[in-house]
Design a protein around this ligand. Sequence first.
Ligand SMILES: [Zn+2]
Length: 654
Amino acid sequence: MPSSNDSLLKKSAPILALFLVGVSLFSDGCSKPESFEAERFLESLLNRTDRRTDKVAPLDRPVQTGSLTPVKGKNSQAGMRTSLLMASGSEVIYQIPEDIGSSAYLRFATGVDHSSYTGEDGAEIRFVVLLRGEPVFHSNVPYSSSLPVAQRRWEEGEISLAGGGQLSLRIASNSPGAKEVKCGFAELSVIKRLRRVRAQSAPEAPNVVMIVLDTLRSDRLGTYGYDRNTSPNIDALGERGVVFDRSFAASPWTWPSTASLLTALSPPQHGIVGSKSSFLVDEIETIAESFLQHGMATAAFSANPLICSERNFDQGFEGFFEHAEEGATPILSAATQWVRENSDNRFFLYIHLLDTHTPYRPDPVIMERFGPKAPNGYSEQMLMALHQAQLTDDAADTSKLDEFMDHYSNLYDAEIATLDQELGVFFRGLSAMGLDDRTVIAITSDHGEEFMDHSLVGHGRQFFSESVEVPLIIAGPGIPSGARIEARVENRFLAPTLLAAANLSPPASMESINLLEATRESNPDDETIFFTTSLGRWPNGPLKHRAKTLQIHGCLKERWLYVWAPEQPKLREELHQLFDLYSDTEAKHNVATRNVVRMSSLKAEVIAWLEAGAATRVDTFTDQALAKELMRGLGYIGEQEEPAESDETSVGAE
Ligand SMILES: [Zn+2]
């Protein structure tokens, strides 16, 4: 989030001053630090209704902010973005200050909503942008019903705002029925490209490497007490740094949790709570943007297809390398190569690996150590079919299930050991480049994995330890060596902690919690931790609820784990679970009905958390669809308004 000084309307003097300092550094003739161009988001025109004039709009279709998604469905890269909704025949004008500067750009996308792909062959909407009366962008977006889904997408646009003046956005069409089409301009982000001086690393100004090992529950690592030797290299990193014994992810699936890791915001605050809302808005400042603003070279290597540029997760990364569903070996080798090319400068490197997510393909030699023989008749498909049968049919024969599940769990262990071996190679590569004394390395995960610990397989579904308790290890210069922190922590505060470890301040949008400082004196169970998921399940309820995907929320407070499924379209009654973790450490006995008063007060806390988060959301303009996705779970939205989704469960890399 930009400071108020950077607002389009305010003077851009502070930035210009910085720019000039940068220039003077180059002209003094001494050693010349390398300079580079860094983007800085200033604001979105979507929020500037005060500077907008609706020149033309059909009477019954006024211009408004809202949301658009060209394709419904979770894995689609054409997901929902906040937009200026304009019917065909509309024109809006923005007045851009003439002194906005030569480095200001407008970034936007044009699109048609999935509900409007109903036109005849050849039907299209024409988007035009003019600056001072001159056309600077146009695109024709087809919306015929015969258009293949793969071709329904956002069209990205970018224009220079240099010189300012009248900016006009127009939407038109000659196609019959076009006035009914829901379409518009998304994002409308004003961005400046500023020259910065490259920073140099030093022990007191270290590089930062943040590694997210997708789907890794902490109790399967040696350093967290596992009795199998899955993780010698991760354990060794822990020994030379700090291990957080009980670290929790914000949600048991990738999108909400990873958005929290990059921004330090809770899911209700960043708004990435469901498949449709998974666009990381420009208004939010990520850890990568913070490092970039301080002159660090930044790069991300992501194996998870959900962590992608189309969903705007590339904010602040100069290099964003998408290796969808590739293994650690090529990714870590590419990351090592990037470090080699950038190690003259101070850098921030983000690596998101998917090896410990299904499908499991461990190194066969390593698998020898973990129980290589698959039981007769085993396949992952057969395992899932048996599991599903057990869940939905009390009479099904599932006698092979336990044996199959043991093998599946062995594969996971072997996958961790395979990944750990690759991480060892990567760490040794950094050491060989002489980076150990000036590089902080952190390892965590976005969520864990269930192996029927509480009836289910996979993740996203529940808030038990196996789903949300993840490793958190930080090592490097200035970090205590061999320390363990017992206090419960939220791993989303890794971002401000890494900024502090790098001797930098967090941006205004981040709570400035330094986990290395804040938790030292506290009672281990002080922290109340909240969770939310739109992929929730309720496997131990009545049969009719077991296979439904539900919005669920919950919290861990003192000795209690509370889970709540509010009344929602797929569930006509609210459900509760309450576990006393002091007397029932594995959370096997639901004591909700015996502790009604306690349960009610925890439910009130969860609701307060959801509402407070939504109230402090950074993209504050009214966006009903985004709010619905969260509030549906609070029982505010009825079935007629928001039909139940059918595509939530059929996903690969959640
Ligand atoms: Zn994940």
